[in-house]
Design a protein around this ligand. Structure first.
Ligand SMILES: C[S@@+](CC[C@H](N)C(=O)[O-])C[C@H]1O[C@@H](n2cnc3c(N)ncnc32)[C@H](O)[C@@H]1O
Length: 218
């Protein structure tokens, strides 16, 4: 199992991106967010996509295991923040962004009552198969009905590189989410030329996929 806390301690955070994710920019309107709506970012790290969402006028609720990551997020982005304890978490909060520092699997529906959408980049694919099943079931259990999810995944020959990030196929997304969510694929294209880590590892092809999910079957 990945030792995330050690990765943060040792600054081995190759997943972190310095620019806002292109798919978030392209697709966030599909989330149909009202002004001021609240977006949940599971396994948020110190993603600057949270800054993008807050600058668009939305509230952000993140959850992240590592206090190093959470502190780097607030300090690195020059945000004033307060720290308190709530349930099994340390809650860091600034004006529009709050991050629960602790285990995603300990979040409950009461922490996410206000949420209208979920943004998942490098979260589901950070987890091995067993945890992905648990992650999807837990997400379905804690977010309100009708919430939309923008889910970004990668698909590549898993035998050519070990994760994380793990390859998550279209059929796995369907089997993880289709019992509780409506879903549709937004895109899926080979992006190997923009994935130097995969190129170095000798991976032939990396598909970059995006999905729009919505909780509730009817
Ligand atoms: C691959 S990183 C992606 C971070 C972020 N989504 C991004 O796009 O930069 C996965 C993050 O999940 C965090 N994490 C892993 N397991 C977790 C858990 N059970 N609860 C909360 N955070 C977790 C790790 O510490 C790490 O920061």
């Amino acid at each position: 199992m990945t030792d995330w806390l050690a990765r943060w301690q040792n600054n081995k955070i190759g997943w972190h991106a310095d620019t806002v994710n292109r798919s978030l920019v392209d697709y966030f309107e599909l989330l149909e967010l009202a002004s001021g709506a609240s977006v949940f970012v599971p396994l948020c790290g110190k993603s600057i996509d949270m800054i993008y969402l807050s600058e668009m006028g939305f509230s952000v609720i993140g959850v992240e295991l590592s206090s190093v990551g959470v502190e780097q997020f607030f300090v690195g982005n020059g945000l004033q923040y307060s720290v308190s304890e709530i349930d099994e978490f340390v809650l860091y909060r600034s004006d529009r962004i709050k991050i629960y520092c602790g285990d995603y699997f300990k979040l409950t529906a009461k922490h996410l009552l206000s949420v209208s959408a979920v943004y998942d980049r490098a979260s589901l694919i950070a987890l091995d198969l067993k945890l992905r099943e648990k992650y999807a079931q837990h997400l379905a259990a804690i977010i309100p009905r009708d919430v939309r999810i923008l889910l970004l995944t990668l698909i590549y020959p898993q035998h050519q590189m070990s994760g994380p990030p793990f390859s998550v196929s279209n059929s796995e997304v369907e089997s993880l989410f289709s019992s509780a969510f409506k879903y549709r694929q937004l895109h899926c294209f080979n992006d190997i030329d923009n994935e130097p880590k995969f190129l170095r590892a000798g991976v032939d092809c990396v598909e970059n996929a995006a999905y729009l999910l919505q909780k509730g079957r009817e």
